[in-house]
Design a protein. Structure first.
Length: 105
């Protein structure tokens, strides 16, 4: 698994599975587990008890982690997923989208 291919706040597209084609912003990444939380992707219903914050209780939609291998950085210019290239820019290594050449960092 490549290191830091996908980071927090990146926009990604799901390339396989039930949510294929959905895009969203990465909320968090867990490199040790190889998963990420993506906004609006892999939603499940969770039961919530009644309390002060939620007086009704009931069911709430929550994002569950999705494997990094099922995600690809999203290129908004080309409207599709893109692979990542690493290049040096002003002495710093940056991630560049291969489809458009746009710098991600």
């Amino acid at each position: 698994m490549s290191i830091a291919r996908i980071k927090k706040n990146d926009t990604v597209i799901v390339i396989t599975g039930a949510d294929k084609g959905k895009t969203g912003k990465v909320l968090s990444v867990s490199p040790s587990k190889g998963t990420a939380l993506v906004e609006g992707v892999r939603l499940v219903k969770k039961a919530v008890r009644r309390d002060e914050r939620n007086p009704q209780g009931g069911f709430v939609d929550r994002e569950m982690p999705i494997e990094l291998s099922k995600l690809m950085p999203y290129d908004a210019d080309k409207k599709r997923g893109s692979r990542i290239a690493r290049t040096e820019n002003n002495g710093k290594t940056v991630r560049v989208l291969k489809t458009s050449g746009k710098v991600m960092d």
